[in-house]
Design a protein around this ligand. Structure first.
Ligand SMILES: Cc1cc2nc3c(=O)[nH]c(=O)nc-3n(C[C@H](O)[C@H](O)[C@H](O)COP(=O)(O)OP(=O)(O)OC[C@H]3O[C@@H](n4cnc5c(N)ncnc54)[C@H](O)[C@@H]3O)c2cc1C
Length: 447
């Protein structure tokens, strides 16, 4: 286990755009002790053999989605609406993943520029429907890249899952793939009910971290990146700017609830998001830093009533595994209007990018197509991958990991899985024209 230097932490003041830069208040967290590793990293790992046992099969279904983040919810609803019996497994007690439980509230990349240089809304389909329902409730602000309320988000996603007939399994971890040769046949899950199996014609990996394709023995890259922990502040509307000694503090960004701001955290770079001990250390450190930073804010005149409303229940892992798929989407593809005959949707842009030595500003960046082949792992049959771990080159990560893109890849994977199950073919064999037609019927925008 690698020991890290906890000398400084940067908490980024709210703005989604600030995810890529280090601005905002800087908290000196020096002289903090790194917790002792659970085992000595220089010693060989001790192992123990678990006895074989009979596992109850609790369902045999058409489509099984593991992970209920933006990608997983879109995948499950799309599959169910396309006529497939669908199960959705989520380890926590809410849907939305980092969008809600991670308190990452802006749905970014909703817009981009077309060939005629017109700025267009690109996220329609299920992502557009979710945003519209939240706007209608007064629980989303800003037409471009809307910021939502997380509890309203959880409520709306629950409603949509129930309405679409998806069978929801909360409080359940996917823990291993059930394989027959190169074909995935289902997933073992673990919960308070014990270890159980869900068998499926098609499985969709929406865990964000690629847990399922890892168990299936698929090839992948790993990407260590920034891990943060988002929090929210309350009583923002009770700040008294007339108090003697008042000075402006970095307090994040507004949310649909006027008294509440959300505060993003860039966090440490080069972090391993699938190392449990690393996550545990970061959790302890970040929560302490956030608590102490809010205590400091309260001491600044005018800010006495500000309080820490909550820290995110999901740790802010930005990247971990990236599957080796049939097609690796590139930055060049995203900058040059590359056309794919198996396009499943179009995503947008939220940040400026360096491309061939030139800075392309966020509001000038082109819309870009996502091909179905990027969701298809190279080896495993009847497995699809959607969300922040589908197949792309790392130079494109700031676009591919964004909620708008995850909703598009999830939607495409769900519709494809339903077609494969209904037509009794593998996900590699499905009729791509039929996929496009199904997605168009479900309001996905193709330009
Ligand atoms: C700090 C931070 C700030 C960000 N800011 C923004 C922003 O402003 N706007 C934006 O658009 N994007 C932002 N992002 C990126 C974006 O939030 C995520 O990349 C996106 O939510 C990924 O969606 P996903 O569905 O692929 O995965 P996730 O959102 O990670 O969802 C995965 C889901 O699967 C569940 N799961 C995982 N493993 C298992 C398992 N084995 N069994 C059962 N369930 C499992 C998880 O509990 C989770 O609910 C940010 C990310 C971070 C970390």
């Amino acid at each position: 286990m690698k020991r890290r230097d906890f000398v400084t932490r940067i908490i980024v003041a709210g703005s989604a755009l600030s995810m890529g830069v280090s601005c905002g208040r800087k908290i000196e967290g020096d002289q903090q002790e790194t917790p002792t590793p659970l085992s000595d990293p220089t010693e060989p790992q001790r192992t123990i053999t678990e006895p074989a046992r009979e596992i109850p099969v609790i369902a045999e279904t058409d489509v099984l989605v593991i992970g209920g983040g933006p990608a997983g919810v879109a995948a499950a609803i799309a599959a169910s609406r396309a006529g497939a019996e669908t199960y959705l497994v989520e380890r926590y007690n809410h849907l939305g993943g980092l969008w809600t439980g991670g308190l990452v509230l802006p749905l970014l990349s909703t817009h981009a520029v077309d060939k005629q240089k017109r700025r267009k809304q690109v996220i329609h389909g299920l992502g557009g429907e979710m945003a519209q329902r939240l706007f209608d409730m007064g629980m989303a602000i800003h037409e471009v890249n809307p910021i939502i309320d997380p509890e309203a988000g959880k409520y709306v996603l629950d409603e949509m899952i129930v309405e679409s007939g998806v069978k929801m399994l909360y409080h359940s971890w996917g823990v291993n793939a059930i394989m027959e040769g190169n074909t995935i046949k289902g997933v073992f899950i673990e919960s308070k009910s014990g270890r159980q199996a869900v068998m499926a014609k098609v499985v969709i990996d929406c865990t964000g971290d690629g847990d399922v394709f890892h168990w299936a023995g698929e090839s992948y890259e790993t990407m260590n990146y920034h891990i943060g922990l988002v929090h929210r502040l309350g009583n923002i509307d009770r700040i008294d700017k007339n108090r003697p000694g008042y000075k402006e503090m970095p307090l994040g960004q507004p949310t649909p609830i006027p008294s509440v701001n959300w505060v993003n955290m860039h966090g440490l770079n080069d972090q391993d998001g699938i190392d449990m001990q690393n996550l545990s250390e970061l959790q302890l450190q970040y929560r302490k830093e956030i608590w102490e930073s809010v205590e400091e804010i309260k001491k600044v005149p005018g800010h006495e009533n500000v309080f820490l409303l909550d820290t995110a229940s999901q740790m802010g892992v930005r990247m971990s595994r990236i599957v080796e798929g049939e097609y690796k989407l590139t930055l060049e593809d995203s900058m040059t209007f590359k056309q794919f005959d198996d396009v499943i949707g179009i995503s947008g842009a939220w940040t400026s990018m360096l491309y061939k030595g030139n800075k392309v500003l966020a509001y000038e960046r082109p819309l870009w197509q996502i091909p179905y082949r990027s969701l298809l792992p190279k080896k495993t049959e009847n497995l699809l991958v959607a969300g922040r771990c589908f197949c792309f080159e790392q130079a494109l990560v700031e676009d591919t990991r964004i909620i708008g893109t995850c909703l598009i890849t999830g939607h495409g994977a769900g519709a494809a899985a339903a077609i494969a199950a209904n037509d009794r073919v593998t996900v590699r064999e499905i009729d791509r024209q039929k996929l496009r037609k199904t997605l168009e019927e479900q309001n996905v925008w193709f330009g």
